[in-house]
Design a protein. Structure first.
Length: 172
C-alpha cells in the first residue's frame, strides 16, 4: 500500500468534489442514480458541517417543515439515496422504488445553499449550475440572479450551456 499515491482530503473537500461531479453529470444528462448518490453524499457532509458551525434551516431542519412532520419528511427525502446505497439484510433483487430524477436538481441546489451560507467560495461549476437554474427555474429564487441575456440563452441545451459557460469563465 505504501507504493500507491495518496491524497489528503477533508470532509469539505470531498463534498465539493462530489457536488462538482454531480453537477457535471447533471449537465451531461448522465445517469440520474449516480447523480443522486453523489449529490446526496455531498449533502450529508455539508449538512453535518453546517450544523457543526451552529447553523440551521437547511433541509432536514428547515423552518418550513412543522416539527411533527420533520421525521416523515426526512425519511421521504432520504428514501431514494438509502435505497441506492444500502442493501437490506435480506435484499430482494427484484425490489424497486419509484425515483424522481428532478430530486437531483433540488439536492444540488440545497448543497450550494449550504456552502454559500457557510461562506465557502464558489467554483465555476457551481456558478454555471446556479446561472442555468436561475434562467430555467426563476421561481426558486427569492431574488433572481441578474443575468444579462436574452431568450436565446434559455434555449441552449444543458450540456452546451455548461461547456460555453466554462469556456467564457476560463477566458476571463
Amino acid at each position: 500500500m505504501d507504493d500507491y499515491e495518496k491524497i489528503t482530503i477533508t470532509k469539505l473537500d470531498a463534498a465539493h468534489r462530489q457536488l462538482a461531479t454531480a453537477i457535471e453529470l447533471w449537465f451531461a444528462d448522465g445517469d440520474p442514480v449516480s447523480i443522486h448518490a453523489l449529490a446526496y453524499s455531498a449533502h450529508e457532509i455539508i449538512h453535518r458541517l453546517y450544523r457543526l458551525k451552529g447553523l440551521n434551516d437547511l433541509l432536514f431542519d428547515s423552518f418550513l417543515i412543522k416539527d411533527e412532520f420533520r421525521g416523515d419528511f426526512a425519511n421521504k427525502m432520504k428514501e431514494s439515496a438509502n435505497f441506492f446505497k444500502h442493501a437490506e439484510r435480506e435484499a430482494n433483487p427484484d425490489h424497486a422504488i419509484e425515483f424522481a430524477p428532478d430530486l437531483n436538481t433540488f439536492f444540488i441546489a440545497i448543497c450550494i445553499t449550504g456552502l454559500d451560507r457557510m461562506g465557502e467560495k464558489r467554483n465555476d461549476t457551481v456558478d454555471a449550475f446556479t446561472v442555468y437554474l436561475s434562467l430555467h427555474r426563476p421561481s426558486w429564487f427569492k431574488k433572481p440572479i441578474p443575468v444579462k441575456t436574452n431568450e436565446r440563452l434559455k434555449n441552449i441545451e444543458k450540456d452546451d450551456f455548461f461547456k460555453a459557460y466554462l469556456a467564457v469563465r476560463r477566458e476571463q
